[in-house]
Write a protein that binds this ligand. Structure first.
Ligand SMILES: Cc1cc2nc3c(=O)[nH]c(=O)nc-3n(C[C@H](O)[C@H](O)[C@H](O)COP(=O)(O)O)c2cc1C
Length: 250
């Protein structure tokens, strides 16, 4: 599965099978975690309890069903930039897991923080966790309802782009990037990130007046999603960090 196919397939999985990962699969995830850490000085940690078949994290029973034996602890620097970097690389990791046939969910709130013991360096914090496991084939009604309720409030794709030109006239790769942003995860599905396309430059803007820290996770996630969407439409590029950091097409 390509990264773009994984992007199209990804949803937040809240129902898991009680089925451990094969050691090769866990090793591929560990390699992806190592890659993120090396690229950005992050401190992501993979909890692998597959051999012992012990839950890697305690998820809120009202939201999740089943068990996961693998979990990524998203540890990175505090502050807006740290949050954005954690978001960006968490999405890279999530798409890798989906491409391996696994289910994931970004979880900042609905888990028991005491059930994990992350290593924290100075100035670092645990931004969230990503349970990783096999999605249940038959999704229970509760989990189906949670997702459809929360995604029912989706914004229209054209609302994700701020430009002096009408949405339909924008370059296909910018529209593809915006569609990918819309398809991505965001905290409580707030979708707080807009793509700004002005004077031929692509930047971002957090459009909600009231800001919170998780929006910086959403910002990094949106940037990664945009990059994968744009690349699938033929334009490779990379982002500078920060809300007004530019997308540089290669
Ligand atoms: C920063 C962040 C924090 C999140 N925290 C939680 C959480 O605590 N519990 C949960 O069930 N989902 C959480 N989510 C998942 C979102 O609810 C989900 O991404 C959103 O509703 C869109 O649905 P989708 O991911 O299925 O497309 C979080 C997502 C992000 C990006």
């Amino acid at each position: 599965m390509t990264e773009f196919e994984a992007l199209e397939k990804r949803i937040s999985v809240r129902a898991y099978e009680k089925r451990p990962l094969a050691p090769e699969t866990a090793a591929e995830l560990q390699a992806a975690v190592d890659e993120c850490n090396a690229a950005a000085g992050l401190h992501f940690q993979l909890i692998d309890q597959n051999a012992a078949k012990k839950p890697a994290v305690k998820l809120a029973p009202g939201m999740f069903s089943g068990e996961v034996y693998t979990c990524a602890l998203l540890v990175g620097p505090e502050g807006a930039l740290g949050g954005e970097m954690v978001g960006y690389f968490s999405e890279k990791l999530i798409l890798k897991a989906v491409a391996l046939g696994l289910g994931t969910c970004w979880v900042a709130g609905t888990f028991d923080r005491k059930s994990v013991t992350p290593e924290l360096g100075e100035g670092e914090k645990l931004w969230g966790v990503v349970p990783i496991g096999y999605a249940a084939e038959k999704v229970p009604l509760l989990q189906r309802t949670i997702r459809s309720r929360i995604r029912a409030k989706d914004r229209k794709t054209e609302d994700f782009v701020e430009s002096d030109y009408p949405y339909a006239s924008l370059p296909a790769w910018v529209r593809a990037g915006a569609e990918a942003v819309k398809a991505g995860p965001s905290a409580v599905n707030q979708q707080p990130v807009n793509i700004v396309y002005k004077g031929g430059l692509v930047t971002t803007r957090l459009w909600k007046e009231k800001k919170n820290e998780m929006m910086y996770n959403d910002l990094g996630i949106a940037k990664y999603q945009f990059q994968v969407g744009a690349e699938n439409a033929g334009v490779r590029g990379f982002w500078n960090f920060g809300e007004d950091g530019e997308f540089i097409a290669e």
